[in-house]
Design a protein around this ligand. Structure first.
Ligand code: G3P
Ligand code: CA
Length: 356
């Protein structure tokens, strides 16, 4: 009899667990963490229309109504938290002219004053002449505090911050530094106002230790130091020159390997994952397809949200939403808002109104 009761209880527990899994849809998961659904995450600001991680990029994203301003966090030689994506400054600044001997040095080799002396806007005008504006010349690199100022700058538009610890192994203690600044600015007061993200499992654990109540996302990537690829290769070792084509062929070694990373996300205290995606048109930010429906279902079944990076076209927004994601990192916040039938001021008009 005791055995019968025990097995009955086990079956009931199993049933309850599977029912709970089935009910764990993205919308309710997001609501539980104070995260908008589906979330519009302005990747490095509105970085299609203005130089990434600069004032006009973040102002435009804010004014258009993005839910979050996304940023990549690094630290200067003199200990200030700054917003820069790449490990080095050569792609997005004139560092090669200003500091030729340090053009390949990491961000951590520069003081704030040195970084502030760089022009982080003109490269955009050269790279994208069709979107160039004279006012983008000489835009400065921003500190975390300056992005917070922008996020707080319009009482009618109050985006959250979606903060990535970038190359965190180069910045011991950055997770605690981040907590100190967010706390000082009163940004840890509301659930879901800040979301923290990282590719690095160690940094995820440190973020969770420092800010257990703040939602965190483990970013997912196929590579020999991340989700092991079926190909066994990284792009840099592949000898292939077509980067997007290479990534389009990449996939996890097997299903178990993908599921293992969902386990890492849960163990590290994440509320969701940030998988890469393949773009229909491929291009620079097209990576391995990690938003197949079974992957998103497996994430939801484990109580994990899915915020995919980085999509810019309606065809890809549509594919991602149909595959079951809960939010999208985009360089074109306006386009994504319009796709969701949310209002968004036209980019050129907004930039001009903002003085650009
Ligand atoms: O943070 C999500 C996405 O931004 C990750 O890619 O290289 O653009 O920071 P990356
Ligand atoms: Ca990022």
């Amino acid at each position: 009899m005791r055995n019968q009761i025990a097995s009955g209880l086990a079956l009931a527990a199993l049933f309850t667990a599977s029912t709970a899994s089935a009910n764990n849809n993205g919308q309710s998961l997001a609501a539980a963490h104070g995260i908008p659904h589906p979330a519009v995450i302005a990747h490095r600001g509105a970085s299609y229309d203005a130089p990434e991680s600069t004032t006009p990029a973040y102002l435009l994203a804010r004014e258009q109504g993005a839910d979050y301003l996304e940023l990549d966090l690094q630290r200067t030689r003199d200990g200030v938290l700054v917003v820069v994506h790449d490990d080095v400054l050569s792609r997005t600044s004139d560092v090669a002219e200003r500091f030729p001997e340090r053009k390949a040095s990491p961000v951590s080799a520069f003081t704030l004053a040195e970084l502030k002396s760089l022009d982080a806007g003109s490269w955009f005008n050269q790279a994208y002449p069709e979107r160039a504006r004279p006012s983008f010349r000489k835009l400065p690199i921003l500190t975390l505090d300056e992005v917070i100022d922008i996020a707080e700058g319009n009482p009618e538009r109050q985006p959250g911050l979606y903060i990535e610890t970038k190359v965190p192994q180069q910045f011991p203690g950055i997770e605690q530094d981040l907590k100190t600044r967010l706390e000082a600015r009163g940004w840890l007061d509301r659930p879901g106002r800040v979301v923290l993200q990282t590719f690095d499992r160690n940094s995820l654990a440190l973020l969770h230790q420092a800010m257990p109540q703040v939602p965190k996302i483990l970013l997912l990537w196929v590579g020999t130091k991340a989700i092991k690829p079926a190909s066994g290769q990284d792009f840099v070792d592949s000898g292939v020159t077509d980067k997007a084509g290479f990534y389009a062929r990449q996939q996890p070694r097997d299903q178990a390997e993908f599921l293992r990373w969902l386990g890492y996300a849960r163990q590290g205290g994440a509320v969701g994952t940030g998988p890469s995606a393949r773009r229909t048109g491929l291009g620079e930010q097209s990576y391995a397809d990690l938003i197949q429906p079974w992957m998103n279902q497996a994430s939801h079944a484990r109580g994990l949200l899915v915020h995919v990076y980085t999509l810019d076209e309606p065809v890809d927004f549509d594919k991602a939403m149909k595959a079951g994601v809960d939010g999208i990192f985009t360089n074109r916040a306006g386009a994504l808002l319009r796709y969701y039938q949310r209002p968004a001021e036209p980019e050129a008009a907004a930039l001009e109104r903002l003085g650009y």
